[in-house]
Design a protein. Structure first.
Length: 466
């Protein structure tokens, strides 16, 4: 409350709208840099119309103050001065107030966020205004836990300051636990329980199945991994041969299977390397010899005297370990021939070869694509003598293709021709001759019988006529 001595003050413009002196009103008086509010209590019957500009004089008189209104009558009023107070500034959640305790008009209060919180707003000021109220600050604080927490063997995949998603670093996999960290309302991280386990990524129990497929335990826990497969193939029977290749392979299978196009009759050394850990494993594989293809032939039945046979073949990388064997098998009853037999009987002049023999053995290496072979030309083919066929007997000519490498052996057989001996021709001629003689004899006999019959019947006829 203020009681002012004899001083003159300028009263701010104030709108008086049929104001009665019995009522109380507030006027604002500026004293220096400070503004005061005055309550004026007037007597009966005085009405001040609107927009009256007044000047007042204050002097001490028995506790009262005289108000001199220019252009109007004077009234005696009791003037009570109350300074505007806004009280305490508003409290914002999770904030810190910076205020000097003064709540007069124009006083300022500043706000900041508590530890663990932050604000992206800029309106952190509240001002005490003339209506006795603090202005509302445009300011709010949200929890802020700081940098994302660290999880062993993991890295941040996503972060928006309130939640973080982790994933295991390369070389590790998610074993157990949650992969999300949450910033709670207290500004502290609820750290993910993710447990990242180291990936062994090795190649265990590497084996070869079906001579060309690899099978191993990856221990990758379902993660896709890239492998490099290198293999080198060599052949004992072909010094210049070398098969070197590389294969890139990706798989997430726990037991991957990789099939390779390996060449036959080859010794391979195969190495698998895990790209991420460089772990390696090596295995050897020996591929077998496939059944050799039979050459292109045309079966024929010919005379033994002109037994020249033909075939057409395709060259093969295994020609150096393959050969043709020409068998001569006599035709007597039911023919039995075991193609898989490793026996190769030779022709012996002093013994009968009723079960057949090998008349020629020809290596395929360097052999032309088309071959003419004459059975019985009395030449050596390998260690086998191509003996002439025995006259008067029929033979089957069988061609066997044999491929052999070490203890591995495969073969295929085909009947090439049938040779007819000279006895067959002689038998046919004899049958034709006998047949002809028989036919002539039959005609003579029938003629003789007919003549006899006619002679016997003739006298009866003549005697009857007589």
């Amino acid at each position: 409350m203020f009681f002012l001595s004899q001083q003159r003050f300028g009263i701010t413009s104030h709108a008086w709208d049929h104001w009665h002196c019995m009522c109380a009103t507030h006027i604002f008086i500026t004293v220096g840099m400070r503004m005061y509010q005055y309550v004026l209590l007037m007597g009966h019957g005085v009405v001040l119309t609107s927009s009256v500009k007044v000047s007042i004089f204050f002097y001490y008189a028995h506790g009262n103050m005289t108000l001199n209104l220019k252009q109007r009558m004077c009234c005696v009023c009791v003037c009570v001065c109350l300074e505007i107070q806004c009280g305490s500034p508003p409290v914002l959640p999770h904030s810190v107030l910076f205020w000097n305790g003064v709540s007069k008009i124009g006083s300022v209060a500043l706000y900041g966020c508590d530890v663990g919180y932050r604000s992206l707003d800029t309106g952190n000021v509240s001002v005490c205004e003339s209506d006795g109220q603090w202005s509302n600050p445009d300011y709010s604080c949200e929890a802020h836990c700081g940098p994302a927490p660290e999880v062993p063997h993991a890295e941040v995949a996503w972060d928006n300051s309130t939640a973080v998603i982790h994933h295991c670093v390369k070389g590790h996999y998610r074993h157990t636990g949650s992969d999300i960290s949450i910033c709670d309302i207290t500004g502290k991280w609820q750290i993910a329980t993710l447990h990242c386990k180291e990936l062994k990524l090795t190649v265990n129990n590497l084996v070869v199945i079906n001579e060309r497929c690899l099978h191993w335990n990856a221990e990758n826990e379902g993660y896709r991994e890239k492998y490099t497969v290198t293999f080198v193939g060599l052949r004992d029977f072909e010094q210049l041969f070398s098969d070197k290749r590389k294969n890139i392979f990706s798989s997430s299978a726990l037991w991957p299977v990789l099939c390779l196009n390996l060449l036959p009759a080859t010794n391979y050394t195969i190495t698998i390397t895990v790209e991420s850990t460089r772990a390696t494993s090596t295995v050897t594989a020996n591929t077998s010899i496939p059944v050799p293809p039979t050459p292109e032939i045309k079966y024929s039945e010919v005379e033994a005297s002109s037994l020249t046979l033909k075939l057409r073949r395709s060259t093969n990388t295994l020609d150096s370990i393959c050969m043709y064997q020409v068998f001569v098998i006599p035709v007597e009853g039911v023919m039995l021939f075991d193609c898989s037999s490793s026996v190769s009987p030779r022709f012996l002049a002093q013994q009968r070869c009723d079960r057949g023999y090998v008349t020629a053995q020809i290596q395929l290496s360097g052999l032309a694509a088309e071959i003419n072979f004459t059975v019985g030309d009395q030449q050596l083919y390998g260690d086998f003598f191509n003996a002439p066929l025995e006259n008067g007997r029929d033979y089957y000519i069988i061609l066997r293709t044999v491929c052999q490498w070490g203890k591995s052996r495969t073969q295929s057989c085909v009947i090439w021709a049938k040779a007819r001996g000279t006895s067959y021709i002689m038998k046919i001629s004899a049958l034709v001759t006998v047949g002809s003689i028989g036919a002539v004899g039959s005609v003579i006999v029938m003629g003789y019988w007919y003549s006899w019959y006619c002679k016997k019947s003739s006298p009866r006829f003549i005697s009857a006529a007589i």
